[in-house]
Structures are given as structure tokens and as C-alpha cells.
Design a protein around this ligand. Structure first.
Ligand SMILES: NC(=O)c1ccc[n+]([C@@H]2O[C@H](COP(=O)([O-])OP(=O)(O)OC[C@H]3O[C@@H](n4cnc5c(N)ncnc54)[C@H](O)[C@@H]3O)[C@@H](O)[C@H]2O)c1
Length: 290
């Protein structure tokens, strides 16, 4: 039975996954290489809990009890030592994730399940560094985790039925719906989303319409809840670019990253997390740059 969950990486996704784990009643460990990032993540988790109290969805006592289930650490060994399930939410870089999984293999219980939150990388490739790749699969959460209902559960080449079942059970206990996907680049959602988002950047680059109007068209004309630029600013332009580069390598020319997206990333315009992406978040009023 799963009692303890370790979340590796305390960024945009990691803090949200940690919150979902704590709220589901799991003892939760969150690890990051950066103490500063851990402090930010703990603050973000607390503000999600406080919002739930304000909305009357959580009592003060339950808020405190939930928060007590979280421990933040910069020691990987400490984070995974007693973990039944380990959810990896480190940056979307294959070498970094491979090194992280190899380090987990050295310190985590041999029977723990390891789930990667990668948006598009090959989990089979990540799992290959472990002695037992059968215990590795994908749990692809969505941003912001506390609001989004879906988890894509990914079955890689060697993932066992038991691993799939543990990942589904954990997601369901977190209150999420699941779909099971056979591993392929970008699974279902990242593949479609990257295509739409990249095309929107090509349209912006070609001067077909402003960012605001492209977003407005998809929201009001196609009933998307967010425009592609609002969404990429939330996801992170660097994360989206990494996904596109991987899809371009694996699925071909139709996923070639738009040069304008590459230029924004080079310029440090990474989205909400850096204060500016397609839109500017440096003042309270957001404004389109193009
Ligand atoms: N951002 C999204 O909307 C989104 C949605 C679904 C999945 N994902 C995936 O989730 C993963 C994390 O993305 P993110 O947006 O949270 O990234 P992020 O850049 O916001 O956070 C990554 C965190 O990992 C930390 N980190 C760096 N090296 C590390 C290491 N070796 N071990 C542990 N932590 C390390 C960083 O300090 C940072 O806090 C990626 O694989 C991404 O593709 C992202």
C-alpha cells in the first residue's frame, strides 16, 4: 500500500504534484537541487491550501494536518529513502532525468514505483538506466495541478501491469481522471498542444494577427478555455521549446520549433515564471508585446 510519495523537482509542476499528494493523505517529500526553489514551492503549496480554507473547502485543522505531511529537502537520499512512489518533475532534459533516475536506483526502496512527469521524452529511455525498468512509467500531470483533472498514465516498453495499476490508484486517490497511453512522443496531449502552440507562434511571426487576437480567436471561435499564448506563458516557453525539439527529432518536420519561440527563449522570455513571455507580467496589468 502506498503511504509515502517523493516528488523530485519543486518547480511549476513539482509543487502542484506535492500538494495533490499531501491533499490525498500521503506523506510527501519534495526534493530540489535549489533551496531557494524549495522555499518558493513550500510557500506555493501553503497558498493553495489557504485558498481552499478561504473557499470553505478545507478546515483550518485539515489545512495544518495536510501541511504537516510535507517535508522539503535538498537531499535526494532523504527524499526517496522511504518512498513507495517517486514522481519525477525535474527539467525536461533527457541527460538530467537519466542521471536523476540512476541516482534514485541507488537510494530508493527496490520495490518503489517511479513515475516521470515528462511531457514528451521517452520513458523507455529513462527507465533503461534502472536495474528493473518494469517499475518505471509516466504520470503526466497538467498545469496547474490542483485544478486540472487529467493524468495521462504512460506505459513504456517494460512497464509492468502492477506499475500501471499503482500509478492509476495514486492518481485516482488524488481525485484525478486517468487515460492509459502507450508510450509515443508527446503522448496524446503534448503532441496536439505543441502543434497548436507552435502554429500560433508561426502566425504571430508572420504578422497574421496580434497575440491577443490569436488567443481571442481560439477562445471564442474554437471554445478553448485559454488561448495558446496564455497557455504557453503558463507552461513556460523553455519547457514548450524542449518538447517541440524532442517532437521534431522524433516525429519530423511538422514539429520544427518556430524561430520566434526560440528567440523569446534566448531572450529570457520564459512566461509567467520569468515575469515576461508572450505577455508582460511585470505590472499588474498584462500587456501583449506584439
Ligand atoms: N510546465 C508545465 O506546464 C508542465 C506540464 C506537464 C508536465 N511538465 C513536465 O514536468 C517537468 C517539470 O517541468 P516544470 O515546468 O515544473 O519545470 P520548472 O523549470 O518549473 O521546474 C523544474 C525544477 O527542477 C529543479 N531541478 C533542476 N535540476 C534538478 C535535479 N537534478 N533534480 C531535481 N530537481 C532539479 C529546478 O530547480 C526546478 O525547481 C518537465 O519534464 C516538464 O516537461 C511540465
Amino acid at each position: 500500500m502506498v503511504k509515502t510519495i517523493a516528488v523530485l523537482g519543486a518547480g511549476t509542476m513539482g509543487h502542484g504534484v506535492a500538494h495533490a499528494a499531501m491533499a490525498a493523505g500521503y506523506e510527501t517529500r519534495i526534493y530540489d537541487v535549489s533551496q531557494t526553489q524549495l522555499n518558493i514551492a513550500v510557500g506555493q503549496v501553503m497558498s493553495i491550501l489557504k485558498k481552499s480554507v478561504e473557499l470553505g473547502r478545507l478546515s483550518e485543522d485539515d489545512c495544518n494536518a495536510t501541511f504537516d505531511r510535507l517535508k522539503a529537502t535538498t537531499s535526494l537520499a532523504e527524499a526517496v529513502a522511504k518512498a513507495d512512489v517517486i514522481i519525477e518533475a525535474a527539467p525536461e532534459k533527457v541527460d538530467l532525468k537519466v542521471a536523476l533516475l540512476a541516482a534514485i536506483d541507488a537510494s530508493a526502496p527496490a520495490e518503489s514505483v517511479i513515475a516521470s512527469n515528462t511531457s514528451a521524452l521517452s520513458i523507455t529511455e529513462l527507465a533503461a538506466v534502472l536495474k528493473d525498468p518494469g517499475r518505471v512509467g509516466g504520470m503526466h500531470f497538467f498545469n496547474p495541478v490542483h485544478k486540472m483533472k487529467l493524468v495521462e498514465v504512460v506505459r513504456a516498453l517494460e512497464t509492468t501491469d502492477e506499475t500501471v495499476s499503482v500509478m492509476q490508484d495514486v492518481a485516482h486517490r488524488m481525485g484525478k481522471e486517468t487515460v492509459v497511453v502507450r508510450e509515443s512522443p508527446g503522448f496524446i496531449t503534448s503532441r496536439i498542444n505543441a502543434m497548436i502552440g507552435n502554429e500560433a507562434f508561426y502566425m504571430l511571426q508572420e504578422g497574421i494577427a496580434s497575440a491577443r487576437d490569436i488567443d481571442k480567436a481560439l477562445k471564442l471561435g474554437l471554445n478553448h478555455p485559454m488561448g495558446p499564448f496564455e497557455l504557453v506563458d503558463l507552461v513556460g516557453l523553455d519547457t514548450r521549446l524542449s518538447i517541440l525539439q524532442h517532437l521534431h527529432r522524433t516525429l519530423g518536420e511538422k514539429f520544427r520549433p518556430c524561430p520566434l519561440l526560440e528567440q523569446y527563449v534566448k531572450g529570457g522570455r520564459l512566461g509567467r515564471k520569468s515575469g515576461k513571455g508572450v505577455y508582460d507580467y511585470s505590472s499588474t496589468r498584462t500587456s501583449a508585446r506584439r
